[in-house]
Design a protein around this ligand. Structure first.
Ligand code: OAD
Length: 252
């Protein structure tokens, strides 16, 4: 199929999905790196994805941080520098608008860039953390830190312990409160939108089936088919910034 045909196929499906969304008493969204791709934030597994050029186990694990905190902070500083220059795109803005139009709305995001909050999303669960927050490895306190670059190595203003990025790394567990909130939303929703995620990283990778098994209508938006595609009700192929705004009543 050519791009033109794909677009026509997507267009055909929009009114039906809009109608499901406007009738839904509860809407949930699971977002991934693809939602921020059109803002210029690199994804993890794409052509120029972050994990193509770096080994995850050398950078995004607690062991890596224990071994070489300077290297890990340098990588996060590089990502902070990139993200600091980026703004929410039409997909972020449309999801914030969708929340204002829905009686019950939850946005579960795997993204750590903070762009959903910047776009105005309120009931937001950042299950993988936030790149603009730090956590003390000694006293555990979490604080905002928007320094670009962050002075390496950063230390806690309370106890002088070493600060680490407030990110859920490989081998670490999600915050149990975030899991509970996410599960509630996934069980409650009538419609789940799965936007721009490869469906590779657990537990988020199983969220589409959780919602579908609980009776939700699940719609995926992605530039290509993913591991989620076989288990969702429909997949719309295209860019998040083009498709998601078509779901809402008002233009953003
Ligand atoms: P991935 O990089 O694995 O997947 C990004 C997905 O977005 C792919 O399926 C792409 O096809 C799709 N995509 C790319 N551009 C798009 C666009 N413009 N519109 C729509 N879709 C597009 O990213 P995630 O699934 O988010 O963890 O990865 C999950 C986690 O793995 C991340 O949260 C990160 C990483 O390790 C942490 O940072 C803890």
């Amino acid at each position: 199929m050519t791009g033109h045909h794909l677009e026509a196929a997507v267009q055909e499906n929009i009114p039906r999905i809009r109608s499901r969304l406007s009738k839904a008493s509860s809407v949930c969204v699971l977002a991934g790196a693809g939602n921020s791709a059109d803002s210029g934030v690199p994804t993890f597994r794409g052509k120029d994805g972050l994990w193509r050029n770096f080994r995850a186990e050398e950078l995004a694990t607690p062991e890596a941080f224990r071994r070489d905190p300077k290297l890990v902070w340098e990588w996060y500083n590089w990502r902070r520098e990139i993200i600091a220059t980026k703004s929410p795109n039409a997909a972020h803005l449309a999801l914030a608008a969708m929340e204002r139009q829905s009686p019950s709305f939850t946005l579960i995001t795997q993204n750590v860039d903070g762009l959903h909050a910047k776009a105005g999303s309120k009931n937001l669960i950042e299950i993988h953390g936030n790149i603009w927050k730090v956590r003390c490895t000694a006293c555990g306190c979490i604080s905002m830190n928007e320094d670009v670059p962050i002075p390496i190595l950063p230390h806690c203003s309370q106890c002088n312990g070493l600060l680490r990025p407030y990110i859920v790394w490989f081998g670490e567990s999600l915050d149990p409160a975030d899991i509970t909130r996410s599960m509630d939303a996934l069980h409650r929703c009538d419609v789940l939108l799965v936007v721009g995620t490869s469906g590779i990283v657990q537990p988020a990778a199983s969220f589409a089936s959780v919602a579908r098994n609980a009776g939700a209508y699940v719609v995926e938006v992605n530039v290509e088919a993913t591991l989620n595609s076989d288990l969702v009700d429909e997949t719309l192929i295209g860019r998040a910034s083009e498709i998601v705004p078509m779901f809402i009543k008002e233009l953003v």
